[in-house]
Design a protein around this ligand. Structure first.
Ligand SMILES: *Cc1c(COP(=O)(O)O)cnc(C)c1O
Length: 404
Protein backbone atom coordinates (compact mmCIF):
# COMPACT_ATOMS: atom_id res chain seq x y z
CA UNK A 1 0.00 0.00 0.00
CA UNK A 2 1.52 3.27 -1.06
CA UNK A 3 0.63 6.16 1.11
CA UNK A 4 0.41 9.58 -0.39
CA UNK A 5 0.83 11.74 2.64
CA UNK A 6 4.21 12.41 4.09
CA UNK A 7 3.69 10.46 7.30
CA UNK A 8 6.72 12.03 8.92
CA UNK A 9 4.98 15.37 8.60
CA UNK A 10 4.80 16.82 12.13
CA UNK A 11 1.09 17.49 11.61
CA UNK A 12 0.43 13.72 11.41
CA UNK A 13 2.53 12.89 14.46
CA UNK A 14 1.08 15.73 16.53
CA UNK A 15 -2.49 14.83 15.64
CA UNK A 16 -1.80 11.24 16.64
CA UNK A 17 -0.15 12.21 19.93
CA UNK A 18 -2.27 15.07 21.21
CA UNK A 19 -5.79 14.16 20.09
CA UNK A 20 -8.28 11.65 21.49
CA UNK A 21 -8.56 8.89 18.91
CA UNK A 22 -12.26 9.33 18.24
CA UNK A 23 -11.52 9.52 14.49
CA UNK A 24 -9.25 7.49 12.23
CA UNK A 25 -8.33 10.06 9.56
CA UNK A 26 -6.93 9.06 6.20
CA UNK A 27 -3.24 9.97 5.91
CA UNK A 28 -3.59 13.32 4.16
CA UNK A 29 -2.84 16.74 5.64
CA UNK A 30 -4.86 19.45 3.91
CA UNK A 31 -3.44 22.94 3.66
CA UNK A 32 -5.75 24.70 1.18
CA UNK A 33 -8.97 24.19 -0.69
CA UNK A 34 -11.03 25.78 -3.40
CA UNK A 35 -14.25 24.63 -5.02
CA UNK A 36 -14.31 20.85 -5.28
CA UNK A 37 -10.56 20.48 -4.71
CA UNK A 38 -8.22 20.39 -1.73
CA UNK A 39 -4.42 20.66 -1.72
CA UNK A 40 -2.21 18.91 0.82
CA UNK A 41 0.88 20.29 2.56
CA UNK A 42 3.07 18.88 -0.24
CA UNK A 43 1.04 20.49 -2.99
CA UNK A 44 -0.85 17.36 -4.14
CA UNK A 45 -4.45 17.97 -5.20
CA UNK A 46 -7.46 15.79 -4.43
CA UNK A 47 -11.09 15.88 -5.58
CA UNK A 48 -13.16 16.14 -2.42
CA UNK A 49 -15.84 13.45 -2.67
CA UNK A 50 -16.82 13.73 0.99
CA UNK A 51 -17.41 17.48 1.09
CA UNK A 52 -17.32 17.63 4.88
CA UNK A 53 -20.13 15.04 5.15
CA UNK A 54 -22.20 17.44 2.99
CA UNK A 55 -21.33 20.54 5.00
CA UNK A 56 -19.54 21.74 1.83
CA UNK A 57 -22.42 21.39 -0.64
CA UNK A 58 -21.42 24.67 -2.32
CA UNK A 59 -17.75 23.77 -2.43
CA UNK A 60 -14.82 25.07 -0.45
CA UNK A 61 -14.70 28.84 -0.02
CA UNK A 62 -17.62 29.70 -2.28
CA UNK A 63 -16.92 33.33 -3.28
CA UNK A 64 -20.41 34.62 -2.30
CA UNK A 65 -20.20 32.96 1.10
CA UNK A 66 -16.64 34.10 1.79
CA UNK A 67 -17.70 37.64 0.83
CA UNK A 68 -20.68 37.47 3.20
CA UNK A 69 -18.42 36.22 6.00
CA UNK A 70 -15.75 38.87 5.35
CA UNK A 71 -18.28 41.65 5.32
CA UNK A 72 -19.79 40.44 8.57
CA UNK A 73 -16.36 40.00 10.22
CA UNK A 74 -15.82 43.70 9.67
CA UNK A 75 -19.12 44.65 11.33
CA UNK A 76 -20.16 42.47 14.30
CA UNK A 77 -19.66 38.74 14.96
CA UNK A 78 -21.36 37.97 18.27
CA UNK A 79 -24.03 39.62 20.36
CA UNK A 80 -25.67 36.66 22.16
CA UNK A 81 -29.44 36.32 21.95
CA UNK A 82 -29.72 38.74 24.89
CA UNK A 83 -29.80 41.42 22.17
CA UNK A 84 -31.01 41.51 18.62
CA UNK A 85 -28.70 42.14 15.68
CA UNK A 86 -29.44 43.19 12.14
CA UNK A 87 -28.81 39.73 10.56
CA UNK A 88 -31.08 37.81 12.92
CA UNK A 89 -34.54 38.77 11.75
CA UNK A 90 -33.58 38.58 8.07
CA UNK A 91 -31.99 35.13 8.54
CA UNK A 92 -35.06 33.75 10.30
CA UNK A 93 -37.33 35.27 7.66
CA UNK A 94 -35.22 33.85 4.80
CA UNK A 95 -35.08 30.36 6.32
CA UNK A 96 -38.80 30.42 7.09
CA UNK A 97 -39.39 31.26 3.41
CA UNK A 98 -37.06 28.49 2.18
CA UNK A 99 -38.71 25.88 4.41
CA UNK A 100 -42.24 27.20 4.02
CA UNK A 101 -42.55 27.28 7.82
CA UNK A 102 -43.69 30.05 10.18
CA UNK A 103 -40.80 30.03 12.61
CA UNK A 104 -37.14 29.13 12.96
CA UNK A 105 -34.89 28.41 15.94
CA UNK A 106 -31.17 28.64 15.17
CA UNK A 107 -28.54 26.55 16.94
CA UNK A 108 -24.96 25.58 16.02
CA UNK A 109 -24.30 21.87 15.56
CA UNK A 110 -26.64 19.33 14.04
CA UNK A 111 -26.88 17.42 17.31
CA UNK A 112 -28.05 20.57 19.09
CA UNK A 113 -30.76 21.06 16.51
CA UNK A 114 -31.88 17.43 16.97
CA UNK A 115 -31.95 17.97 20.74
CA UNK A 116 -34.01 21.09 20.11
CA UNK A 117 -36.45 19.08 17.99
CA UNK A 118 -36.75 16.43 20.71
CA UNK A 119 -37.42 19.03 23.40
CA UNK A 120 -39.91 21.01 21.31
CA UNK A 121 -41.75 17.82 20.28
CA UNK A 122 -42.05 16.72 23.89
CA UNK A 123 -43.25 20.14 25.01
CA UNK A 124 -45.76 20.22 22.12
CA UNK A 125 -46.93 16.77 23.23
CA UNK A 126 -47.57 17.89 26.80
CA UNK A 127 -48.99 21.34 26.09
CA UNK A 128 -50.93 20.81 22.87
CA UNK A 129 -51.56 17.09 22.33
CA UNK A 130 -52.23 16.44 26.01
CA UNK A 131 -49.82 13.56 26.65
CA UNK A 132 -49.59 12.76 30.41
CA UNK A 133 -46.55 14.39 32.02
CA UNK A 134 -43.32 12.45 31.59
CA UNK A 135 -44.85 9.86 29.24
CA UNK A 136 -43.94 11.24 25.80
CA UNK A 137 -42.48 8.79 23.27
CA UNK A 138 -40.68 9.49 20.02
CA UNK A 139 -40.48 6.82 17.31
CA UNK A 140 -37.20 6.57 15.40
CA UNK A 141 -35.72 4.18 12.82
CA UNK A 142 -32.98 1.62 13.23
CA UNK A 143 -29.75 2.51 11.48
CA UNK A 144 -30.40 6.16 12.29
CA UNK A 145 -27.74 8.78 12.75
CA UNK A 146 -28.85 11.97 14.47
CA UNK A 147 -25.68 13.01 16.32
CA UNK A 148 -23.58 12.22 19.34
CA UNK A 149 -25.15 13.61 22.53
CA UNK A 150 -26.07 11.23 25.35
CA UNK A 151 -29.79 11.49 24.52
CA UNK A 152 -29.28 10.99 20.79
CA UNK A 153 -26.99 7.96 21.16
CA UNK A 154 -29.62 6.53 23.53
CA UNK A 155 -31.73 5.72 20.46
CA UNK A 156 -28.87 4.80 18.13
CA UNK A 157 -28.67 1.16 17.03
CA UNK A 158 -24.96 1.40 16.24
CA UNK A 159 -23.01 -0.33 19.05
CA UNK A 160 -19.93 1.82 18.33
CA UNK A 161 -21.91 5.01 18.86
CA UNK A 162 -23.74 3.73 21.93
CA UNK A 163 -21.72 1.25 23.99
CA UNK A 164 -20.30 2.40 27.33
CA UNK A 165 -22.19 5.72 27.32
CA UNK A 166 -25.21 4.70 29.39
CA UNK A 167 -27.39 5.19 31.34
CA UNK A 168 -29.56 6.00 28.35
CA UNK A 169 -32.36 8.53 27.96
CA UNK A 170 -35.75 6.81 27.88
CA UNK A 171 -38.73 7.78 25.72
CA UNK A 172 -37.68 6.43 22.31
CA UNK A 173 -38.99 3.48 20.30
CA UNK A 174 -36.89 2.07 17.49
CA UNK A 175 -38.57 0.45 14.45
CA UNK A 176 -37.12 -0.94 11.20
CA UNK A 177 -36.47 1.82 8.63
CA UNK A 178 -38.79 1.69 5.64
CA UNK A 179 -41.41 -0.51 7.35
CA UNK A 180 -44.66 1.43 7.61
CA UNK A 181 -46.57 -1.32 9.45
CA UNK A 182 -43.92 -1.48 12.17
CA UNK A 183 -44.07 2.29 12.51
CA UNK A 184 -47.87 2.28 12.75
CA UNK A 185 -47.68 -0.40 15.46
CA UNK A 186 -45.18 1.64 17.50
CA UNK A 187 -47.24 4.83 17.50
CA UNK A 188 -49.72 5.21 20.37
CA UNK A 189 -51.39 8.02 22.32
CA UNK A 190 -48.09 8.86 24.06
CA UNK A 191 -46.28 9.42 20.75
CA UNK A 192 -45.37 13.03 20.12
CA UNK A 193 -43.10 12.64 17.09
CA UNK A 194 -41.70 10.37 14.43
CA UNK A 195 -38.09 11.40 13.86
CA UNK A 196 -36.53 10.18 10.59
CA UNK A 197 -33.86 10.88 8.03
CA UNK A 198 -35.70 10.90 4.65
CA UNK A 199 -32.58 9.14 3.32
CA UNK A 200 -30.21 7.64 5.89
CA UNK A 201 -26.78 9.12 5.24
CA UNK A 202 -24.44 7.65 7.80
CA UNK A 203 -26.06 4.22 7.41
CA UNK A 204 -24.77 4.15 3.82
CA UNK A 205 -27.20 6.38 1.86
CA UNK A 206 -30.20 4.14 2.44
CA UNK A 207 -33.23 5.24 0.39
CA UNK A 208 -36.53 3.98 1.84
CA UNK A 209 -39.05 2.28 -0.47
CA UNK A 210 -41.16 4.68 -2.59
CA UNK A 211 -44.34 5.56 -0.76
CA UNK A 212 -42.82 5.08 2.69
CA UNK A 213 -42.41 8.79 3.48
CA UNK A 214 -45.90 9.73 2.19
CA UNK A 215 -47.23 6.83 4.28
CA UNK A 216 -45.42 8.15 7.36
CA UNK A 217 -46.84 11.60 6.62
CA UNK A 218 -50.41 10.23 6.46
CA UNK A 219 -49.97 8.20 9.63
CA UNK A 220 -48.59 11.19 11.55
CA UNK A 221 -51.46 13.41 10.41
CA UNK A 222 -54.08 10.79 11.33
CA UNK A 223 -52.58 10.08 14.76
CA UNK A 224 -51.75 13.68 15.71
CA UNK A 225 -48.01 13.04 15.76
CA UNK A 226 -45.32 15.44 14.53
CA UNK A 227 -43.30 14.28 11.55
CA UNK A 228 -39.77 15.55 12.20
CA UNK A 229 -37.40 15.25 9.22
CA UNK A 230 -33.70 15.28 10.00
CA UNK A 231 -32.48 16.87 6.74
CA UNK A 232 -29.09 17.80 8.19
CA UNK A 233 -27.29 15.70 5.58
CA UNK A 234 -30.01 15.06 2.98
CA UNK A 235 -31.22 18.64 2.72
CA UNK A 236 -30.09 21.85 1.05
CA UNK A 237 -29.61 20.57 -2.47
CA UNK A 238 -27.80 17.26 -2.01
CA UNK A 239 -30.51 15.03 -3.56
CA UNK A 240 -31.41 17.45 -6.36
CA UNK A 241 -34.20 19.09 -4.39
CA UNK A 242 -34.07 21.66 -1.61
CA UNK A 243 -35.14 18.92 0.80
CA UNK A 244 -35.09 15.16 0.27
CA UNK A 245 -38.72 15.13 1.47
CA UNK A 246 -39.62 17.20 -1.63
CA UNK A 247 -38.77 14.23 -3.84
CA UNK A 248 -41.83 12.44 -2.50
CA UNK A 249 -43.98 15.53 -2.09
CA UNK A 250 -43.83 15.20 1.69
CA UNK A 251 -43.95 18.22 3.99
CA UNK A 252 -42.82 17.39 7.55
CA UNK A 253 -44.04 19.32 10.58
CA UNK A 254 -40.47 20.16 11.47
CA UNK A 255 -37.25 20.32 9.49
CA UNK A 256 -33.91 19.87 11.21
CA UNK A 257 -31.12 21.52 9.25
CA UNK A 258 -27.39 21.87 9.72
CA UNK A 259 -24.18 20.99 7.88
CA UNK A 260 -24.45 22.91 4.55
CA UNK A 261 -26.45 25.68 6.23
CA UNK A 262 -23.11 26.99 7.50
CA UNK A 263 -21.67 27.16 3.98
CA UNK A 264 -18.58 25.22 5.05
CA UNK A 265 -17.48 28.26 7.06
CA UNK A 266 -19.20 28.20 10.44
CA UNK A 267 -21.41 25.68 12.23
CA UNK A 268 -25.05 26.70 11.75
CA UNK A 269 -28.07 24.55 12.49
CA UNK A 270 -31.74 25.26 12.93
CA UNK A 271 -35.17 23.78 13.29
CA UNK A 272 -38.08 25.20 11.31
CA UNK A 273 -41.73 24.50 12.10
CA UNK A 274 -45.21 25.97 12.31
CA UNK A 275 -46.24 28.45 14.98
CA UNK A 276 -48.40 25.79 16.69
CA UNK A 277 -45.19 23.80 17.29
CA UNK A 278 -42.28 26.21 17.85
CA UNK A 279 -44.69 28.64 19.49
CA UNK A 280 -44.70 26.43 22.62
CA UNK A 281 -41.32 27.82 23.73
CA UNK A 282 -41.17 30.71 26.18
CA UNK A 283 -38.16 32.88 27.14
CA UNK A 284 -35.59 31.01 29.20
CA UNK A 285 -36.82 27.52 28.31
CA UNK A 286 -34.20 26.73 25.66
CA UNK A 287 -31.23 28.51 24.15
CA UNK A 288 -27.64 28.68 22.99
CA UNK A 289 -24.89 31.28 23.49
CA UNK A 290 -23.72 31.11 19.90
CA UNK A 291 -26.97 30.10 18.20
CA UNK A 292 -28.07 32.67 15.65
CA UNK A 293 -24.93 34.78 15.94
CA UNK A 294 -24.34 37.52 13.34
CA UNK A 295 -21.56 35.71 11.46
CA UNK A 296 -23.60 32.49 11.30
CA UNK A 297 -26.70 34.35 10.15
CA UNK A 298 -24.83 36.31 7.47
CA UNK A 299 -23.23 33.15 6.01
CA UNK A 300 -26.48 31.17 6.20
CA UNK A 301 -28.33 33.97 4.41
CA UNK A 302 -25.78 33.58 1.63
CA UNK A 303 -26.47 29.83 1.56
CA UNK A 304 -30.23 30.40 1.35
CA UNK A 305 -29.72 32.89 -1.49
CA UNK A 306 -27.73 30.27 -3.44
CA UNK A 307 -30.47 27.69 -2.91
CA UNK A 308 -33.19 30.13 -3.95
CA UNK A 309 -31.65 30.31 -7.43
CA UNK A 310 -32.37 26.57 -7.77
CA UNK A 311 -28.98 26.09 -9.43
CA UNK A 312 -27.34 23.84 -6.81
CA UNK A 313 -30.40 21.57 -6.86
CA UNK A 314 -30.41 21.46 -10.69
CA UNK A 315 -26.71 20.60 -10.77
CA UNK A 316 -27.19 17.88 -8.17
CA UNK A 317 -29.92 16.35 -10.34
CA UNK A 318 -28.04 16.61 -13.60
CA UNK A 319 -24.48 15.74 -12.54
CA UNK A 320 -25.93 13.28 -10.01
CA UNK A 321 -27.67 11.36 -12.82
CA UNK A 322 -24.28 11.13 -14.55
CA UNK A 323 -22.63 9.91 -11.31
CA UNK A 324 -25.25 7.20 -10.86
CA UNK A 325 -25.03 6.14 -14.53
CA UNK A 326 -21.27 5.77 -14.24
CA UNK A 327 -21.40 3.96 -10.88
CA UNK A 328 -24.09 1.61 -12.22
CA UNK A 329 -21.52 0.47 -14.80
CA UNK A 330 -19.30 -0.81 -11.97
CA UNK A 331 -21.90 -3.18 -10.55
CA UNK A 332 -20.45 -6.64 -11.03
CA UNK A 333 -17.04 -5.03 -11.57
CA UNK A 334 -16.16 -4.68 -7.92
CA UNK A 335 -19.36 -3.04 -6.70
CA UNK A 336 -22.29 -5.08 -5.44
CA UNK A 337 -24.75 -2.20 -5.02
CA UNK A 338 -25.21 1.51 -5.67
CA UNK A 339 -27.85 3.56 -3.84
CA UNK A 340 -28.75 7.20 -3.52
CA UNK A 341 -30.19 10.22 -5.22
CA UNK A 342 -28.73 13.33 -6.75
CA UNK A 343 -25.04 13.85 -6.00
CA UNK A 344 -25.20 11.36 -3.17
CA UNK A 345 -24.25 7.71 -3.51
CA UNK A 346 -23.71 4.84 -1.14
CA UNK A 347 -21.69 2.14 -2.85
CA UNK A 348 -21.04 -1.37 -1.58
CA UNK A 349 -17.67 -2.80 -2.51
CA UNK A 350 -17.45 -6.55 -2.92
CA UNK A 351 -16.11 -7.45 0.55
CA UNK A 352 -13.98 -10.21 -1.01
CA UNK A 353 -11.94 -7.49 -2.73
CA UNK A 354 -11.15 -5.06 0.08
CA UNK A 355 -12.61 -3.11 2.95
CA UNK A 356 -14.08 0.35 2.53
CA UNK A 357 -11.08 1.75 4.37
CA UNK A 358 -8.66 0.10 1.93
CA UNK A 359 -10.65 1.45 -1.01
CA UNK A 360 -10.43 4.96 0.46
CA UNK A 361 -6.70 4.65 1.03
CA UNK A 362 -6.24 3.57 -2.58
CA UNK A 363 -8.50 6.34 -3.87
CA UNK A 364 -6.36 8.79 -1.92
CA UNK A 365 -3.28 7.69 -3.89
CA UNK A 366 -5.27 8.49 -7.04
CA UNK A 367 -6.24 11.96 -5.90
CA UNK A 368 -9.76 11.29 -4.63
CA UNK A 369 -10.95 11.91 -1.07
CA UNK A 370 -13.73 9.59 0.05
CA UNK A 371 -14.80 8.05 3.34
CA UNK A 372 -15.98 4.59 4.23
CA UNK A 373 -19.00 4.31 6.47
CA UNK A 374 -19.70 0.72 7.52
CA UNK A 375 -17.41 -2.17 6.49
CA UNK A 376 -17.35 -2.17 2.69
CA UNK A 377 -19.64 0.80 2.10
CA UNK A 378 -18.40 4.14 0.78
CA UNK A 379 -20.37 7.34 0.68
CA UNK A 380 -19.74 9.66 -2.26
CA UNK A 381 -20.98 13.21 -1.80
CA UNK A 382 -18.91 15.67 -3.82
CA UNK A 383 -19.70 19.40 -3.68
CA UNK A 384 -22.67 20.23 -5.92
CA UNK A 385 -20.41 22.39 -8.11
CA UNK A 386 -18.52 19.30 -9.32
CA UNK A 387 -18.38 18.86 -13.11
CA UNK A 388 -19.10 15.86 -15.37
CA UNK A 389 -15.38 15.59 -16.11
CA UNK A 390 -14.46 15.60 -12.44
CA UNK A 391 -17.04 12.87 -11.79
CA UNK A 392 -15.56 10.87 -14.66
CA UNK A 393 -12.11 11.25 -13.10
CA UNK A 394 -13.33 10.04 -9.72
CA UNK A 395 -15.27 7.07 -11.14
CA UNK A 396 -12.33 6.11 -13.38
CA UNK A 397 -10.11 6.17 -10.26
CA UNK A 398 -12.62 3.98 -8.45
CA UNK A 399 -12.73 1.53 -11.37
CA UNK A 400 -8.92 1.26 -11.25
CA UNK A 401 -8.96 0.74 -7.49
CA UNK A 402 -11.55 -2.03 -7.81
CA UNK A 403 -9.33 -3.84 -10.32
CA UNK A 404 -6.91 -4.24 -7.38
C1 LIG B 1 -24.17 14.99 10.77
C2 LIG B 1 -25.56 14.67 11.16
C3 LIG B 1 -26.06 15.04 12.42
C4 LIG B 1 -25.21 15.65 13.50
O1 LIG B 1 -24.65 16.88 13.13
P1 LIG B 1 -23.40 17.46 13.95
O2 LIG B 1 -23.23 18.84 13.39
O3 LIG B 1 -22.23 16.57 13.68
O4 LIG B 1 -23.79 17.46 15.38
C5 LIG B 1 -27.39 14.75 12.68
N1 LIG B 1 -28.18 14.16 11.77
C6 LIG B 1 -27.73 13.81 10.56
C7 LIG B 1 -28.67 13.17 9.58
C8 LIG B 1 -26.41 14.02 10.21
O5 LIG B 1 -25.95 13.63 9.02
Amino acid sequence: MTSVANLTDPAVEEAERYTAHNYHPLPVVIAEAEGAWVTDVDGRRYLDCLAGYSALNFGHRHPDLIAAAREQLDRVTLTSRAFLHDQFGPFCRDLARLTGKDMVLPMNSGAEAVETAVKVSRKWGYKIKGVPDGKATIVVADGNFHGRTTTIISFSTDPEARADYGPYTPGFRVVPYGDLDALAAAVDETTVAVLLEPIQGEAGVIVPPRGYLPGVRRLCSERDVLLVADEIQSGLGRTGATFACDDEGVVPDMYILGKALGGGIVPVSAVAAGREVLGVLRPGEHGSTFGGNPLACAVARGVIALLETGEPQARAREVGAHLHRRLGGLIGRGLTAVRGRGLWAGIDIDPALMTGREACERLLTRGVLAKDTHDSTLRLAPPLIVTHDEIDGAVDALAEVLKG
